[in-house]
Design a protein around this ligand. Structure first.
Ligand SMILES: *[C@@H]1O[C@H](CO)[C@@H](O)[C@H](O)[C@H]1NC(C)=O
Ligand SMILES: *[C@@H]1O[C@H](CO)[C@@H](O)[C@H](O)[C@H]1NC(C)=O
Ligand SMILES: *[C@@H]1O[C@H](CO)[C@@H](O)[C@H](O)[C@H]1NC(C)=O
Length: 372
């Protein structure tokens, strides 16, 4: 009986997923038409870190992270691919290598990923805040162009000057600025007061990249922080919204997003030649949680991998991958992987929606950013 119900359950899930898979394939095929090899530079936090923390600090991120796609831990905080991986795949380009990974040789032809787990925008000059990631990029660019002008064997295997000009610059940061301010005990109004400083850091990053010749920008806003099992399990005074998320955390995230969207509008006027796309990740993720059953998810606020069981399966002392933690069955459907980051299944849906243009301002197909 148990087997039977497992199979019918999987069948049901497959039915739900088919349109999603079909749609993703469609987007992947459309994107096959890149005229020039795409080049992408990404800045951010764990939402888009493809192994930077592990490469940079030697910190270990073990299985079950990576169990469902890579079949090994790659330094990503998820069981599989992240949204940025799906975006790369939609352009038929290889997954981005972390800038700090010294063992990838010269495999930076399609760009580099500067995102690092835990990064925020402030305080400045602390590894690996946005400003530091930007300085790393400037160093990378200078070296690549220097190599291109010599007879170094690496010449031609790096990004060229026109590669930098035509590259897509992606930014996905801010979540940790808000989260850290709350966890340091700041009041809601205290957190809100910090938001303009965070936005101004992001703005100055975009301007620097523009001054360097970058013209194409893709900015992700921040997700519903108050729906993360980690926050839900650690916060004492609960002020739930109608989907069981922390209202204050989500309001702060929304205020940040309003500021970010406004910043994009200002920059489109100020930086005449820039294409700046703002993507509403918040709306995508909140819909996933609010309408979780429609997407085949049962416990949208519970981590697959963690400790403690329902309702959140999160314990700060026994986190995913560390001794004593447990994880859900590989085929089960959870939105949250480890209490903070999403599962590959959830990331698939988020990526498909990002590629749909429905959440982008202005509506722009991702393959618009193919090189050239
Ligand atoms: C993707 O790239 C591979 C090799 O890099 C190539 O063989 C394949 O035809 C490409 N697919 C599309 C859809 O462009
Ligand atoms: C849930 O789905 C309904 C129907 O598609 C939609 O109208 C609603 O906005 C969704 N909820 C959220 C929070 O996105
Ligand atoms: C985590 O460990 C600390 C220190 O040992 C303890 O005070 C705290 O209660 C633990 N938290 C949980 C959720 O078990």
């Amino acid at each position: 009986m148990a087997t039977l119900s497992l199979y019918s359950h999987s069948f049901f899930l497959l039915l739900i997923l088919l349109p999603v898979i079909f749609n993703l394939q469609h987007h992947l095929t459309v994107a096959g038409g890149c005229q020039y090899p795409p080049v992408i530079f990404n800045f951010g936090d764990s939402n888009s870190d493809t192994g930077g923390l592990v490469a940079g600090l030697g910190y270990t991120i073990g299985l079950p992270n990576g169990r469902s796609f890579f079949r090994r831990s790659t330094g990503r905080l998820s069981d599989g691919r992240l949204v940025i991986d799906f975006l790369c795949q939609s352009l038929n380009t290889s997954l981005l290598n972390p800038y700090l990974d010294s063992l990838v040789g010269s495999k930076f032809q399609n760009g580099a990923n500067f995102a690092i787990v835990g990064s925020s925008t402030l305080p400045r000059y602390v590894p690996f805040v946005l400003n530091v990631q930007l300085m790393q990029f400037l160093h990378f660019k200078a070296r690549a162009i220097e190599l291109a002008s010599t007879s170094d064997p690496l010449k031609g295997m790096m990004v060229s000057e026109s590669g930098f000009r035509n590259a897509l610059y992606m930014i996905d940061i801010g979540q940790n600025d808000i989260a850290d301010s709350f966890s340091k005990g700041l009041s809601y109004s205290g957190v809100v007061k910090l938001i303009p400083n965070v936005i101004s850091e992001i703005k100055s990053a975009v301007k620097t990249l523009y001054d360097e010749g970058g013209r194409k920008f893709w900015v992700h806003n921040t997700g519903p922080l108050g729906c993360l099992p980690q926050k839900l399990s650690m916060v004492k005074s609960k002020d739930f919204d109608k989907h069981g998320c922390l209202a204050r955390y989500n309001s702060a995230a929304k205020l940040f997003n309003e500021g970010l969207e406004h910043m994009c509008r200002e920059l489109r006027i100020e930086l005449r030649e820039a294409n700046i796309v703002y993507v509403d990740i918040y709306a995508i993720k909140y819909d996933l949680i609010a309408n979780s059953t429609n997407y085949g998810f049962e416990k949208p606020l519970m981590a697959c991998c963690g400790y403690g069981g329902p309702p959140y399966n999160y314990n700060v002392n026994i986190t995913c991958g560390h001794g004593g933690s447990n994880s859900c069955e590989e085929r089960s459907r959870f939105i949250s992987w480890d209490g903070i980051h999403y599962t590959e299944t959830a990331n698939t849906i988020v990526a498909m929606k990002v590629l749909s243009m429905q959440y982008s301002t202005p509506p722009t197909p991702f393959h618009f950013f193919c090189g050239g």
